[in-house]
Unconditional design. Structure first.
Length: 93
């Protein structure tokens, strides 16, 4: 049996086909909102308004690190695909 979870929880999957968008909405006197959108679906990530502590900073840094890792993995897969297509074209020619 898994770890007991207190409070609310949710899992959401957002399929992005390359035309999605991401925006950081910053405000002078409240916490920012990270908005991730694909088609008509939007996910917004924010912290409790105006309550920022060290854990908040660590979460934001971890999210940035994982987003960078996600981008690197997408780029790696894209380059593999481009190389395969190039080899296919060379073998046909």
């Amino acid at each position: 049996m898994g770890r007991r979870v207190n409070g609310s929880w949710q899992t959401t999957a957002l399929h992005v086909d390359g035309r999605g968008r991401v925006a950081c909405l910053a405000y002078p006197h409240r916490t920012p909102i990270l908005e991730i959108a694909a088609g008509n679906a939007v996910i917004k990530v924010t912290l409790h308004a105006n309550r920022v502590d060290y854990a908040s900073v660590m979460f934001a840094r971890e999210m940035a690190d994982q987003a960078a890792a996600f981008a690197a993995e997408v780029e790696r897969l894209y380059l593999v695909q481009v190389r395969r297509e190039s080899k296919r074209k060379e073998s046909v020619a």
